[in-house]
Design a protein around this ligand. Structure first.
Ligand code: MG
Length: 376
């Protein structure tokens, strides 16, 4: 039986993680949950999964919950996440939060030598050098939950495979794959939120439409698998059946395929390196499937290139890009700007920010904060 601490339990990945755990009750148990402000759903999760520890964003919510569940130890705020990172009985620390709130707690869990199952993008995008160095020093595995990185891990068979030459990250191409730039400028948030293949949160769905998400995944792959940027390629695969592939030195390509369901990579991150039946999706019919692999159009989706370039520059640049992108995406979702204005906001921030190579965690967080404050 493995004990799971789950940060971000009420989000898209969090709820799907709990669905996986429910199917594998004999293998996993929920030791702790952390959620933000969706207390209604959190209460349902507490009743169903009976965690020993729970952390919420706000003090008031914590006080309310304490009255209702007196056999649970409650925490709140960022300190609450640190407390969860310190629980000795933890086997797997699942990070399914959005944003930067969990980055420091994740580093603490690494220092406590806990296996990390990582769905949060900011951890590696903003602080990949620091986090991976810590993981190496503490001999801790960072198992990705994202479908592409999970596919790569499954193809590599282990995190460090000397015969692997290139990583090929697949992208669905998002909802605007076949639209012109003129058409893209006029699309509303509602249209951009219609992702053709995957069910995801709003922010990441817009990141799929701009292909920023794919650029961020390239940065994550660079850190996770210690691959040079020149050996990480993006390939558009509209059917989303192949979730990424690895090219080996002898010319072999290994790909991982399956229905586009996050349950599979989530479960693999928990079961790694084993596999269980769990939530097995039976509806995948391999017959009569056509698979296309297209070269990305960097002119139509210039942010893909920009994001990868920020990764190559390193230092603070990925954090600058990430913060500017997040601000821009929320402006678009609120109807304040049009779809292509996301690019303008990002370019403006990149041009006007100064890079520091090898920044400290505090410098990274400060940069992130400064960019966000400008747009408040
Ligand atoms: Mg992905």
């Amino acid at each position: 039986m493995k004990n799971i601490v789950l940060l971000g339990s009420t989000g898209s990945i969090g709820t799907q993680t709990l669905e996986v755990v429910e199917k594998l009750k004999d293998k996993f148990s929920i030791l702790a949950l952390a959620a933000g402000k969706n207390i209604k759903l959190l209460k349902e999760q507490i009743i169903k999964f009976k965690p020993k520890y729970v952390s919420v964003a706000d003090y008031i919510d914590m006080k309310e919950l304490e009255k209702e569940f007196n056999d649970i130890k409650f925490f709140c705020g960022e300190d609450g996440l640190f407390e969860l990172a310190d629980i000795p009985e933890t086997d797997i620390f699942v990070v399914a939060t959005n944003g930067i709130v969990s980055v420091k707690a994740t580093i603490k869990a690494i220092e406590n030598k806990k296996t990390i199952a990582l769905a949060n993008k900011e951890t590696l995008v903003m602080a990949g050098d620091i986090v991976m160095k810590k993981a190496k020093e503490n001999n801790v595995s960072i198992i990705p939950i994202d479908s592409e990185h999970s596919a790569i891990l499954q193809c590599l068979n282990k995190q460090d495979n000397p015969y692997a030459k290139k990583l090929w990250i697949t992208a669905s191409g998002g909802p605007f794959l076949n639209n012109s730039r003129e058409e893209m400028a006029n699309f509303t948030a509602k249209e951009a939120l219609k992702h053709p293949r995957w069910m995801m949160g709003k922010k990441i769905t817009i990141d799929c439409a701009t292909l920023v998400n794919k650029g961020l995944e390239v940065i994550e792959a660079h850190h996770l698998y210690n691959f040079n940027y020149d050996n990480i390629k993006v390939v558009i695969h509209p059917q989303s059946i192949v979730h990424s592939f690895v090219e080996f030195c002898d010319g072999s390509f290994l790909a991982q395929m399956g229905v586009p369901s996050m349950h599979i990579p989530i479960q693999y991150a928990l079961s790694y390196p084993d596999r269980f039946e769990g939530i097995k999706t039976n509806s995948f019919n391999i017959y009569n499937k056509k698979l296309e692999f297209l070269e990305p159009d960097f002119e139509k989706f210039p942010l893909l290139k920009t994001t990868i370039e920020c990764g190559k520059k390193g230092g603070l640049m990925p954090a600058i890009l990430n913060a500017a992108n997040e601000v821009a995406v929320y402006k678009f979702l609120n109807g304040e700007i049009n779809f292509l204005d996301i690019e303008k906001i990002i370019y403006n921030e990149i041009e006007n920010s100064k890079n520091i190579l090898k920044p400290s965690l505090d410098e990274i967080f400060e940069t992130d904060k400064q960019i966000r404050q400008k747009f408040l």
